[in-house]
Write a new protein. Structure first.
Length: 489
């Protein structure tokens, strides 16, 4: 994965600054509560939601097990429909392919419809280095780009901004990128949307090259699918002469009929809509209709390494709905920037360390950016057990163990800073393997409850800085059970 956001401090340090920003906290709280409440109502309308969820999980798991077959089938179908398929093993190769394709057209600017894969590989920066301007056309992405900022949410990248901040960004920056904002621009959402619409319309009508991602790719027909709510995607996907789509290899589904599941679950889980306002599908090229050249760049960038992990691979089911972010108490308080990745929140805490590895400080800390409350699993439309993956990655970081890196099976060494954790786990294992010692320890702890500290010393100090230790009960559960039920077993 690209190192665009690497070099950041570990999550606890980055989050500490974020939680001290009252404006950010208010913006996040208002937005996440609003989205998740609407989502809950939209999902409750479907009596078969859990069956749809199970079906989506089954389709994704089946596809991942046979990914090699479906990717080759997709390549054949796209090629037969007039498209060209390129394979990119990593970010560097993907950026080189896209840059060369744009240069071959003779153009020096492209319009983009929101694509997390291109953010993942740092495509905008690569194109800029080659003298090519890339213009984001999704409203939230436009706000982020004009503000020289980074996305902080999967669905609403500018969730950390309020209307007044957006107005100031438009007034100051729009003129440097194209049509300026009106001098009298206020912070009414309709005014802001109209200013963005006029600014972007010039780019849509002028651009000869577009870059997109895709929500899904259908192996059976070679069809790509983009879901969006503003119409900018439709403009990018139909008006330019050349279309380049950069898509992660996990986005493939076997048949066109499989879309029936995801076209119900994705809108309700993301924007809380019964169906997406704009659902665009295309298969290759058609004379006289849409772009005359279509290129599909299939991106690996750590995905096959993730696929090799039996527990971690379920993260590749993700359909980028962002439901897990909107219910996560950690994300709500820390925001997306603290995760140091284009993928923030619970899904980012399990996906980024697998795609990028855990050698950096930020990636080694991400699996710990969770309370393990399980809310993310409950709302996931493809039933990704994020808490299970978090625990799996925590064990890998603290204990080391086997992993796959760049297609090679390696054994990771334990990360620095987890000596006390490893010692505590070994002590717990020894104690739990000896019922007699465990029973004696419980009774001793109960009798010494008055001596229990309010805060833990040493390595436990950070934990009790933000939590109160629970009171030690007067008797252990074992003794209570024996007394109440009259048995010594």
């Amino acid at each position: 994965m690209t190192a665009t956001h690497l070099g950041m401090p570990a999550f606890p340090e980055a989050a500490r600054k974020a939680v001290q920003d009252p404006v950010l906290r208010a913006n996040l709280r208002h937005a996440t509560h609003t989205i998740r409440d609407k989502r809950a109502r939209a999902v409750a309308e479907l009596a078969d939601w859990e069956r749809l969820r199970a079906a989506g999980k089954a389709v994704k798991d089946h596809t991942l097990r046979h990914l090699d077959h479906y990717l080759l089938q997709l390549e054949a179908a796209v090629t037969a429909a007039g498209g060209t398929v390129h394979w990119a093993v990593d970010a560097e190769e993907a950026n080189r392919i896209v840059t060369d394709l744009v240069r071959a057209t003779g153009e020096r600017e492209v319009v983009k419809v929101k694509s997390m894969a291109t953010q993942e590989i740092g495509l905008n920066e690569a194109l800029e280095a080659a003298g090519i301007a890339a213009y984001e056309t999704d409203l939230a992405e436009l706000i982020v780009q004009l503000g020289h900022d980074r996305p902080s949410h999967i669905l609403v990248p500018a969730i950390h901004r309020n209307r007044a901040e957006i107005r100031d960004i438009f007034r100051t920056e729009m003129g440097r990128w194209g049509r300026p904002a009106p001098e009298t621009l206020g912070d009414d959402p309709r005014e802001l949307a109209e200013a963005a619409r006029l600014h972007l319309r010039e780019k849509f009508l002028r651009a000869k090259v577009a870059v997109s991602g895709a929500n899904f790719m259908v192996a059976e027909t070679g069809t790509l699918v983009v879901l969006e709510s503003e119409g900018n995607g439709r403009m990018c996907l139909t008006l330019p002469e050349t279309l380049i789509s950069v898509v992660g290899i996990e986005k493939v589904v076997p048949t066109f009929r499989d879309l029936e599941i995801f076209l119900q679950t994705l809108p309700r889980s993301s924007t809380a809509e019964r169906m997406n306002p704009y659902t665009t599908m295309w298969s290759g090229t058609t004379e006289g209709d849409g772009p005359t050249a279509f290129h599909l760049v299939l991106l690996d960038n750590g995905r096959t390494d993730t696929l090799a992990d039996e527990t971690g691979r379920q993260a590749l089911r993700c359909i980028r709905c962002s439901a897990c972010l909107n219910v996560c108490p950690v994300y709500e308080r820390a925001g997306g920037h603290a995760y140091g990745s284009v993928y923030p929140g619970p899904i980012g805490a399990v996906l980024s360390p697998q795609l990028r590895g855990t050698t950096s400080e930020i990636d080694a800390s991400l699996p710990y950016a969770s309370t393990l409350c399980g809310a993310c699993y409950e709302v996931c439309p493809v039933a990704i057990d994020i808490p299970e993956i978090l625990l799996h990655l925590r064990e890998r970081i603290a204990q080391g163990g086997p992993a796959t890196r760049e297609g090679v099976r390696v054994r990771l060494r334990p990360a620095h800073g987890h000596t006390a954790e490893r010692a505590a786990m070994r002590a717990a294992r020894l104690l739990l393997d000896r019922p007699g010692a465990l029973r004696a320890g419980e009774r001793l702890l109960a009798r010494a409850r008055r001596l229990a500290p309010r805060r833990l010393p040493g390595a436990g100090r950070a934990w009790t800085d933000t939590r109160e230790l629970p009171a030690v009960p007067a008797a252990s559960f074992r003794d209570w059970w024996s007394r109440e039920r009259g048995t010594g077993r």
